[in-house]
Design a protein around this ligand. Structure first.
Ligand code: 9D3
Length: 244
């Protein structure tokens, strides 16, 4: 899979992909990441990528020509690529979308800056407009890193045995259960006895219950979309009574 990132700050990406799972995926030839300087696709002396908004108002808008030229140039290599604009106006990025992207041969990621891009880019150049959440960032570069990271770990072969994607898909839709490691007692704080018992059926039940409990408390919105068995349904009723 190939990622092409279009940005006015290509240097921001040097180093960030040099660690962990993403680095291994690059080294294994599973992915390629290329950051392109938007200014290389300008044709004026000042290499201008932004201009004042029609209709007036504060801030600057990213000009359409450099973005069209950059995408057209990059897409020459990857005609089947999806073109993704990172913008606060986008649909919310999700694990489901990451899975969809992981099945594509190529993604072109456009990082917005300033007040945003000329709407003709959003309407006619881009196949998908994506936000990573409801908070204000300074541009689309960090969101592009988020997309590359989330998508890369879903590419077959990107995760080692210790990081199995199976476990992740298993618990999908629920928050993770609490983890403990040695020592069993740390400054008077004990790890739960059940985890030291060696009773694997009981450990599974405990983890499932803790997952549901944590999800109920912190992210009840996730449970509404989660397929729940009859036994779990009973558990949930019980946990709900206990926590209120
Ligand atoms: C005053 C209106 N603001 C829009 C909500 C202006 C504005 C804020 C931040 C315009 C651009 C930006 C830069 N942010 C992004 O480009 C961005 C972003 C984000 O800020 N939050 C979450 N996801 C994303 S993806 C791209």
């Amino acid at each position: 899979m190939r990622f092409d990132i279009i940005t006015i700050f290509p240097e921001i990406f040097s180093g960030v992909f040099d660690f962990g799972i993403v680095r291994r995926a690059v080294e294994a030839g599973l992915i390629e990441i290329h950051a392109h300087d938007l200014r290389d696709f300008t044709s004026d002396k000042h290499r201008q990528v932004d201009d004042r908004p029609f209709g007036g108002g504060a801030g600057m808008v990213m000009k359409p020509e450099p973005l069209f030229r950059a995408v057209e140039s990059v897409a020459n290599r990857s005609p089947e690529a999806s073109v993704v604009l990172l913008s606060p106006q986008g649909r919310l990025f999700s694990q489901r979308l990451a899975e969809e992207y992981s099945r594509k041969p190529s993604l072109i990621l456009i990082c917005g800056r300033y007040e945003g891009v000329d709407e003709r880019v959003a309407e006619h150049l881009v196949s998908d407009e994506i936000s990573i959440g409801d908070y204000v960032l300074s541009g689309g570069e960090i969101p592009a890193m988020v997309v590359v990271d989330a998508v890369t770990r879903l590419i077959p072969g990107a995760l080692g045995c210790g990081e199995s994607a199976k476990r992740e898909s298993f618990s999908q839709g629920l928050l993770d259960y609490p983890h403990y490691t040695r020592p069993a007692e740390f400054r008077d704080l004990r790890a739960p006895d059940v985890l030291l018992s060696g009773n694997h059926a009981e450990i599974e039940r405990w983890r499932r219950r803790k997952s549901i409990e944590k999800t109920l408390r912190r992210r009840p919105d996730l449970l509404r979309d989660h397929a729940i068995s009859e036994a779990e349904d009973k558990d949930i009723e019980k946990i709900l009574k206990e926590i209120e």
